[in-house]
Ligand binder design. Structure first.
Ligand SMILES: Cc1cc2nc3c(=O)[nH]c(=O)nc-3n(C[C@H](O)[C@H](O)[C@H](O)COP(=O)(O)OP(=O)(O)OC[C@H]3O[C@@H](n4cnc5c(N)ncnc54)[C@H](O)[C@@H]3O)c2cc1C
Length: 418
């Protein structure tokens, strides 16, 4: 089949790779000048399938309210809030019901575990070498946090994650540079989880995809799809339509706008996050792999010669309006745990990105219900961790093959049921 993909983030690139591996003729259209320039650019890089759970969960409403009131809280509402954001919040609240949460959690985790093994298969088969670190350490600052972590450990157990609770001394053995002056009650160590550079992987896989025939077209802003010819694409600036056998929409937060003329109302909202990346000054003072500060929901990742600190969840506002408070929290958490690890005087990359979030958690992967239009979107806070598996199961569906995992609840029907 001749297939167009809109979007060259991590989801578009992995989808292109899988479809071309199946023998399809694939063209990728991307409005930016390179792959992985938007949400996939500077994320935390954490691949931890047991921690891939919906943000819509019982008890989350109270946590969000507390966070809104705290200066270093991870969740913030920004002005202006659009009608779409308000609608998204009410759908999110409905999805916090226990049974909805449990169903979405198992859908996400099934996909996340599969995705991690697919990531490893591709990396080994293609001998891809990118910045990565083995193991995730979730830090619990006091005994209350240790207690509050227990339900999360039940989730990890149920998911079959390998983990162990460690005391502060063992945590400091695993990550010897953790500052002694910051109080640590204990940690959860997940040795099989990892951190890896999403953008670097996307660029390497793009090259592999090109080698098997995928054509990437950059600087192509694609117009919303049209009812009269849904699997044809045109440029937003105007151009003759190019017809394909299939179009796959992998356009991150912009996907909803592209699909709207087809009558598809996808409740996607941008939930903004931030990261800073800085050069390591003294490797002995830097993390070895990935750390998650459970109190501030901030990840600290070692990516080669840099440390990346990422977190925050802002609904409302816009991508280009930056609130310095979000970065202050990242610097604070870095300073708490790894003072002196990086050079902060110059060359720090500060980044704000938009997670393409659906209100209930899992992405939408599969047919749109409209002939020739396929979806791989809405991966929210875990698009890197879910990318390779999502791409494989979408390619299986397009080729009419059964996927290796149960796809129940990952299709668009889930949202239409509401
Ligand atoms: C602070 C932060 C930390 C994160 N940490 C993690 C983490 O640790 N682990 C994890 O798994 N995930 C993490 N994520 C989430 C992850 O980054 C996203 O889920 C993922 O990057 C989404 O990939 P995507 O390809 O769907 O979107 P994008 O990377 O945004 O790609 C979509 C692409 O489509 C293009 N596009 C859009 N519209 C058009 C159009 N009309 N025409 C042509 N091209 C178009 C865009 O330019 C873009 O390149 C984090 C996100 C943030 C913000």
């Amino acid at each position: 089949m001749k297939i167009a993909i809109v979007g060259a983030g991590i989801i578009g690139v992995t989808t292109a790779w899988e479809l071309a591996s199946d023998g399809h003729e694939v063209m990728v259209f991307e409005r930016r000048g390179a792959a992985a320039e938007e949400a996939s650019f500077a994320n935390a890089g954490v691949v931890a399938p047991g921690y891939v759970t919906p943000w819509a969960s019982p008890g989350m409403r109270a946590k969000v309210l507390r966070s809104l009131l705290s200066s270093h809280g991870a969740v913030k509402l920004r002005w202006p809030l659009s009608g779409r954001d308000v609608g998204w919040i009410s759908q999110w609240q409905r999805a916090c019901k226990l049974e909805t949460y449990l169903a979405n959690r198992s859908r996400l985790q099934r996909l996340a575990f599969y995705s991690r093994s697919r990531l490893h298969e591709i990396s080994e088969a293609r001998e891809l070498s990118y910045e990565r670190g083995q193991g995730l350490l979730v830090l619990l600052r006091n005994h209350r946090e240790r207690k509050l972590a227990q339900p999360g450990l039940d989730v990890l157990r149920a998911a079959g994650s390998t983990f162990r609770e460690v005391d502060a001394d063992e945590a400091r053995t695993i990550e010897p540079a953790l500052a002694a002056s910051t109080r640590l009650a204990g940690a959860v160590y997940l040795p099989d989880d990892e951190v890896a550079n999403c953008r670097q992987f996307a660029l390497l896989l793009k090259r592999e995809a090109e080698a098997i025939g995928v054509q990437f077209h950059f600087g192509c802003d694609i117009a919303p799809l049209q009812r009269s010819a849904p699997s044809s694409i045109t440029l937003a600036a105007g151009s003759p339509a190019i017809a394909f056998d299939a179009v796959v929409v992998c356009a991150g937060v912009d996907s909803a706008r592209l699909l709207q003329p087809l009558g598809l109302r996808i409740p996607l909202a941008p939930v903004y996050g931030h990261s800073i990346s800085a050069q390591i000054r003294e490797p002995l003072n830097a993390p070895r792999s990935a750390i998650m500060d459970e109190r501030y929901k901030v990840a600290i990742s070692r990516l080669g010669q840099r440390v990346r600190v990422a977190g925050s969840a802002e609904l409302g506002g816009s991508l280009d309006k930056v609130h310095p408070a979000a970065f202050r929290t990242l610097y604070k958490v870095l300073q708490d745990w790894f003072p002196g690890a990086v050079t902060l005087q110059n060359g720090v990359q500060q980044w704000k990105g938009a997670r393409p979030m659906l209100p209930d958690g899992p992405p939408i992967i599969g047919s749109s219900g409209i002939r020739g239009v396929w979806l791989n979107l809405g991966h929210g806070s875990s698009g890197w961790a879910l990318s390779c598996g999502s791409a494989r199961v979408l390619a299986d569906q397009i080729s009419g093959r059964s996927a290796e995992i149960d796809l129940e609840g990952l299709g668009i029907e889930r949202l239409l049921r509401h």
